[in-house]
Design a protein around this ligand. Structure first.
Ligand code: CS2
Ligand code: MN
Length: 378
């Protein structure tokens, strides 16, 4: 695996590349051109400049999160081809700059949804949290205001104010889009972009819907193994793969995370690993990465990745806000650095104990063979 950290770019991120470089084991960043609107072309020079900045800091770009999809593509509006052509041009420019991983999502209107961005945990840290009751009592048009007021001044990924200003119209445009239609529109998009992905060896890694169920009546399809298998089969190309985000799939407790990993195998192109603490089935908060702090067995998740020989980028996901840090909720330095160190520790232990098992098997076999020498067969 390749340990990375998400970096939103200069002027958008409170965490600098110099600090990221000091996290043990982190060699790459997952980044983006944060001020690009969905549907806009990323010019080669812009990508090149970003790459230079990262490389001058002694790091590399391990992938892009995200190249966002214009709503017309998700809705299937008549102008979608224009935005798909722009997307293809962006992929081509990324490929020319030797970037081979793109994370994106296909969620209507909202990206991830949380009802609190700073819930206080018993240790005084603050975390992102979700309560279905709070959602049920919230007018979707007020969602942006409620999210924005706790954002520590940051523009949150997927919650661009310009898009959110037109939220009423957006909802209206999605009124005829159900799950089947969304699948169809995703298929149309993927079929169009696969040739450029083949040409430049770009792995497309769809991010799950978070939480993994319908919110405000909007359809959501990237929520479980069954739908993922449908998605991969409908455009059966190795470049059409997934971001395995433990914290997003894990919102639905019926999703068995290690089994999903072992089934998806090499169609996992990118991994987000974090932990959640459930207070009830529909109220959860984000915990530190440590298994005992939440409800996921992080060892089992990392072990499953080890078992599929996962050698692609991975990153710790949302962290808690700790030690007085003021940053974009979920994306401070301190707790994500702790997360990276912990995941690296689990990985080292898993690798060594597996090699040890191999070794002890060999020792055992040698012993047996030597022992057998002393046995005289007749
Ligand atoms: C991320 C998502 O912060 C997060 O929750 O995991 O916003 C993710 O970057 C997008 O859904 C991918 O396009
Ligand atoms: Mn994620």
């Amino acid at each position: 695996m390749e340990m990375t950290l998400r970096w939103f770019g200069e002027g958008f991120d409170t965490v600098s590349l110099d600090k990221i470089r000091q996290i043990p084991g982190v060699k790459g960043v997952i980044t983006t051109l944060y001020d690009k609107a969905p549907g806009e072309v990323w010019k080669r020079e812009e990508i090149h400049a970003l790459k230079e900045k990262v490389e001058n800091a002694g790091l590399k770009i391990s992938g892009i999160e995200s190249v966002n999809i214009h709503d017309s593509i998700k809705i299937g509006s008549p102008d979608r081809d224009l935005y798909i052509d722009n997307y293809i041009e962006t992929l081509e420019n990324l490929g020319k700059e030797d970037i081979h991983l793109v994370c994106y999502n296909f969620m209507p209107v909202f990206d991830w949804t949380r009802t609190e961005l700073a819930r206080v945990r018993p240790d005084g840290s603050t975390v992102l949290a979700y309560s279905q009751k709070a959602i049920d009592n919230l007018d979707p048009e007020k969602m942006f205001e409620s999210i924005n007021k706790d954002s520590n001044g940051a523009i949150l990924p997927g919650w661009e104010p310009e898009r959110m200003a037109t939220i009423k119209e957006l909802f209206e445009k999605y009124k005829d889009v159900d799950e089947e239609k969304l699948f169809e529109n995703l298929k149309y998009f993927l079929e169009k972009i696969m040739p450029v992905c083949d040409e430049y060896d770009i792995n497309m890694a769809i991010h799950p819907d978070d939480p993994a169920w319908s919110v405000f009546g909007l359809p959501r399809i990237i929520i479980n193994l069954e739908n993922l298998q449908r998605m991969m089969k409908m455009v059966d190309n190795p470049h059409n793969g997934v971001t395995f985000c433990a914290g997003s799939y894990g919102t639905n407790r019926e999703n068995d995370l290690p089994t999903m990993i072992r089934t998806l195998k090499d169609r996992i192109h990118f991994a987000h690993v974090r932990n959640l603490k459930f207070n009830s089935d529909d109220d959860f908060e984000e915990a530190s990465h440590l298994s005992s702090d939440g409800d996921f067995d992080m060892y089992e998740i990392m072990k499953a990745l080890y078992d599929i020989n996962y050698d692609k980028p991975i990153r710790p996901d949302h962290g808690r806000m700790i030690w007085g840090e003021v940053a974009m909720p979920g994306y401070g330095l301190y707790d994500r650095a702790l997360g990276a160190a912990y995941l690296n520790g689990l990985w080292e232990a898993i690798c060594k104990s597996n090699k040890m098992n191999g070794l002890s098997m060999r020792i055992l076999n040698t012993y047996k063979m030597e022992g057998e020498k002393n046995v005289t067969y007749r």
